[in-house]
Ligand binder design. Structure first.
Ligand code: NAP
Length: 372
């Protein structure tokens, strides 16, 4: 129901604190506006110098420098994603008064297709990366039921790159023009690259998990246990095999666990039979411990051994019960955001051909997680 006119004024009288705070906000807005205009006056002066010296180009390096400086100055509560959105608009306004235009073509559009998709952290992560790299692009979330129609939409709208999430990672494959060999072997695509209308599918969960692990430990010849036998476990297991790790699949249900172990050419152990996790690396690839079930862990704490590197794929919460137990047992830990950021970095590089600003992506992600 629409609030009657004057109703909000009445509430302010009833709650004088709000009225005072709103007055403060109005005064701050006036200062912000004044400062933005001062910034634009300076930008216009730079524009004139650029024109006189023949330097009429958008300076992406300078824009990247501005964002990094602002990030280092920001002590919150402004979140990284919001910081990028605000200053991206401010910088665009600066280009306007300098009579500098970005590239003549429409900005490149990227997207994530899933159902549900509202929870996805990819928009905040990729929009920050696009702004930091001065690419003048935009990344949007689409709730997609009909994946076949959505893939046609990529072609029709000229969307440059798409992330694919639950439940479409397997179903999307048959609608693509080409699928990268590892993604065919894994049996899932989480990334589409549109190259002049030809749609290529990739799986970046696999290199994302491997990079997250390699930051802490060399995988070659290490004993690695993956708990879980779903799509995530399959992608990670493929990457462990490629790196020369000695893999074991551990799973609650025997049938799917044995099937994945057969496909990956490794041992299988039922979760209920595990007495001790004598491995160099243990990875949780089940959703156990995810919000709201934050006190759950896929394995009992006493199964963990000191010295093991323990990775969780669950990133909400960041410090899962599994990781807390592991740290208490003397293990090194890797959180689920690490894999998420690195798989996103591979996507960014596939789409743009530019090096991903991994630190910015991680910071945007952690900021967003801290408010969820
Ligand atoms: P999935 O295909 O649904 O597989 C889930 C697996 O977890 C199955 O093997 C299932 O065992 C096991 N499982 C589920 N509930 C369990 C329980 N209560 N106790 C023991 N095992 C249980 O899921 P997925 O796509 O592989 O995703 C798994 C996790 O990885 C999710 O949390 C997802 O968010 C995460 N993930 C993270 C990233 C990242 O970038 N950080 C990327 C991809 C996935 P059964 O076979 O016995 O049913």
């Amino acid at each position: 129901m629409t609030e009657p006119v004057g109703e909000s004024k009445k509430k302010d009288v009833e709650y004088p604190d709000i009225a005072i705070l709103r007055k403060q906000i109005d005064a701050i807005d006036a200062q912000v506006l004044e400062l933005i205009n001062q910034r634009l006056v300076a930008a216009r002066a730079i524009g004139r110098i650029k024109q006189q010296t023949g330097k009429v180009v958008v300076d992406k390096g300078r824009e990247a420098e501005i964002f990094l400086r602002l990030l280092s100055l920001n002590n919150g509560p402004l979140k990284t994603g919001a910081l990028y959105r605000i200053f991206e608009s401010t910088i665009a306004a600066g280009r306007g008064v300098q009579n500098l235009r970005g590239p003549a073509e429409a900005p490149p559009v990227f997207a994530v297709f899933g159902d549900p998709v509202g929870h996805s952290l990819s928009p905040v992560m990729h929009n920050s990366a696009l702004a930091q790299s001065g690419l003048n692009g935009i990344y949007l979330g689409f709730r997609v039921g009909d994946i076949a129609a959505a893939v046609e939409g990529i072609r029709g709208l000229g969307i440059r790159g798409v992330s694919i999430t639950i439940p479409h990672k397997v179903g999307v494959m048959k609608y693509l023009d080409q699928v990268d060999a590892p993604a065919v072997e894994i049996g899932a695509v989480n990334t589409i690259v549109n190259r002049r209308g030809i749609l290529h599918g990739y799986n970046t969960d696999c290199p994302g998990a491997v990079t997250a692990l390699l930051e802490k430990i060399i995988i070659k010849d290490k004993r690695v246990a993956i708990v879980g036998a779903g799509g995530g476990a399959r992608a990670i297991g493929f990457g462990i095999n490629q790196e020369g790790g000695r893999l074991t699949v551990i799973n609650r249900s025997g049938q799917s666990g044995q099937k994945l172990a057969d496909d990956l050419g490794c041992n299988f152990q039922p979760l209920a039979d595990v007495k001790k996790l004598c491995y160099d690396i243990v990875i949780n690839a089940t959703p156990v411990g995810m919000t709201p079930h934050v006190d759950q862990s896929p394995v009992k704490p006493e199964l963990l051994e000191a010295g093991t590197v323990v990775m969780d794929t669950v990133y909400n919460p960041l410090q899962t019960q599994f990781l807390k137990n592991a740290a208490e047992a003397g293990c090194a830990t890797i959180d689920g955001a690490s894999m998420l950021v690195h798989q996103g970095a591979v996507q960014f590089e596939l789409w743009t051909g530019e090096k991903a600003p991994v630190d910015v992506m991680r910071r945007a992600l952690l900021d967003e997680l801290s408010i969820r």
